[in-house]
Ligand binder design. Structure first.
Ligand code: ATP
Ligand code: MG
Length: 569
């Protein structure tokens, strides 16, 4: 491709609204342009990369026996009502003015409807069905470029099996295919155990790319191999010991203590002896929750523990009505209304605790949770913190920010049951189809690639998904010797099937051309200029290492091929 005929509107300035490097660079390299918040157009250079990522995904999905579909993005709303997901998605789902239709945020329901109509027997399975399709999600604050779009492309796959073992096998195949996909796309990634929502069990993993701009936190220890999304991560912190001395609970005045830190500072109470009390609504039913000291409540764990679709903290005005006090003075004794109570495992059956008196300005000490509270069950409800012992070997956990590039999930029979997608087993008995679902965000893979592979000058593409493999930078193309040599090299590279972007612009300074080449970031830049042509040579610069080689014109193509091979491996 000749740059003079190709549309790459590069920008010199960093767009003011772009914070993440990938967002800035995709804008500056002319890959994308915003249409409105979270909605982007892919320009020719961006579109080339996008197609390459999809090609990698298709090859690996086909290799595990996946069959490609193409489902409608415009869906009748009834099909989403069958599974209750109109409500579950809430404002995230785009509804049309014509209220009979929605724009699909994912496609479990549509695939299940196809299975319901045609998968009748265990003999019809296993199946792996996938598509690469546009998804629509009304993300509240899309601000990271294509990493969180309101319209984006997802490869979504669905497995259909007759047995749990079959699902395990389909899941394993996807796990392996995903590892190959991300590796081939030049990503450094790790896999974490993830929340499987109301499904329970351990049947969900996320593929993560470490990034300071990531919205997910992951806890892991490299030695033990423990790795989990913070939503589900646990640690081996021991529970509090029960004291032998167990006097009656006693009220005391705490007029200016509004927090655990205040109780510690003003009344000399050990932080872990404070039972922090919180009121949460789970599916609009209130619960009183006790945590140890300043431990943070993990809302995803709470949701799992209560099997709730939604949880939210009580609002200030609700607190007084339910407990008799404001946040900071709530506790198990003298509650205004009887609330179901649950607590974190770290304070299971603890005594000698301090908690609010449900009266502003007062607390109780010597609380025995077994005697003075009414706790049904203890659950792991806390957010783990850096340095805590991992649950496998007790080694210290690291907590890092990451971006989720993929998610694989043993659905089980959630959708097949709701939609009555059943099959007959060998004995003629009817069962719901056992399903899995597996997603990859295509644009997110591109952006994460750039997050991991860029420097101060621009993008550093891995050859596997680079828009072009080689850029030819002609210096002073106005001179015949340069033009002839650059044209010959371009023809030879094209003949050797090396995708080449030829900077054939006249009247553009060398400095400007070098800057553009670094910004666009093709793996190799072949510089054709009078200086080296005098000796019959051109210069090849490797973008990722900065290495430069002076090679005879006649050997340039061979050297490029060899360098690209070594960059690929
Ligand atoms: P997130 O937690 O980031 O919102 P999710 O868990 O809702 O994502 P899934 O429903 O598991 O996402 O979708 C599968 C994949 O689709 C994700 O792993 C991610 O790569 C991609 N994806 C999800 N939402 C978006 C989005 N708004 N923009 C771009 N890619 C997305
Ligand atoms: Mg997910």
């Amino acid at each position: 491709m000749r740059l003079t005929n190709y549309f790459i509107p590069t920008l010199k300035e960093i767009p003011t609204d772009a914070q993440m490097p990938s967002h800035q660079l995709m804008m500056r390299a002319g890959m994308i342009r915003p249409l409105s918040a979270g909605i982007y157009s892919l320009l020719p250079l961006g579109y080339r990369v996008w197609k390459k990522v999809m090609a990698v995904i298709r090859e690996e999905m086909d290799a595990i026996g996946g069959m490609e579909f193409h489902l409608p993005a415009l869906n009748p709303i009834e099909i989403w009502e069958e599974t209750g997901r109109v409500e579950a998605f809430g404002d995230t789902m785009f509804h049309l003015k014509n209220r009979d239709y929605v724009l699909a945020p994912t496609h479990e329901e549509i695939m299940t409807s196809i299975a319901r109509a045609s998968i009748k027997s265990y003999k019809d399975m296993p199946q792996i069905w996938y598509q690469i399709q546009t998804k629509f999600r009304n993300e509240p604050r899309p601000k990271s470029g294509v990493i969180r779009g309101r319209q984006f492309t997802m490869k979504d796959a669905y497995s259909l099996d007759a047995t749990r073992e079959g699902l395990d096998e389909s899941y394993r195949k996807h796990h392996e295919a995903y590892c190959r996909i991300y590796a081939r796309c030049g990503l450094t990634f790790f896999v974490v155990g993830a929340s499987s929502g109301a499904m329970g069990g351990s049947g969900s993993e996320e593929f993560m790319v470490e990034s300071d701009a990531g919205e997910d936190l992951c806890a892991f220890n490299l030695e033990s191999g423990y790795a989990a999304n913070i939503e589900v991560a646990s640690s081996k912190l021991p529970a509090l010991e029960r004291g032998a001395d167990n006097p009656a609970a006693e009220k005391f005045a705490t007029p200016t203590a509004k927090s655990i830190d205040d109780l510690v500072a003003q009344h000399g109470i050990a932080e872990e002896r404070c039972a922090k009390s919180l009121v949460y609504f789970a599916d609009e039913k209130p619960y009183l929750i006790f945590m140890c000291g300043n431990d943070q409540l993990n809302e995803a764990k709470l949701q799992g523990a209560l099997g709730a679709a939604n949880v939210r903290p009580a609002r200030d005005e609700e607190l007084a009505g339910l407990t008799g006090a404001d946040a900071g003075s709530i506790g198990p004794i003298n509650l205004k209304s009887s609330l179901p109570q649950i607590a974190d495992l770290r304070i299971a059956h603890a005594n000698g605790m301090v908690s609010g008196a449900n009266e502003n300005g007062f607390h109780y000490r010597n609380i025995d949770l077994d005697r003075d509270a009414n706790i049904g069950v203890y659950h792991d409800l806390r957010i783990v913190a850096e340095g805590e012992p991992d649950p496998l070997g007790g080694r210290p956990l690291s907590v890092k920010k990451a971006i989720e590039v993929g998610h694989i999930f043993k659905l089980g029979t959630k959708y097949s049951q709701a939609m009555k997608a059943n099959f007959l087993d060998e004995k003629g008995e009817e069962h719901p189809i056992i399903m899995g679902s597996y997603g990859i965000g295509v644009e997110r893979v591109v952006a994460c690639h750039i997050e991991q592979r860029h420097d101060a000058d621009g993008i550093v593409w891995h050859p596997s998904i680079a828009p072009f493999h080689v850029q030819i930078t002609s210096l002073k193309i106005e001179s015949d010797i340069v033009r002839d040599a650059a044209e010959a090299l371009y023809a030879a590279l094209e003949a050797a099937k090396v995708e080449t972007l030829f900077d054939d612009r006249a009247g553009v300074s060398p400095g400007f051309k070098f800057k553009d080449a670094d910004l666009l970031g093709m793996p190799l830049n072949v510089i054709v200029g009078e200086k080296h042509l005098k000796d019959g040579n051109v210069e090849i610069k490797v973008r990722s290492t900065g290495e430069r080689r002076i090679v005879p014109q006649a050997e340039a193509v061979q050297v490029c091929l060899a360098l690209l091979d070594s960059l690929r491996s």
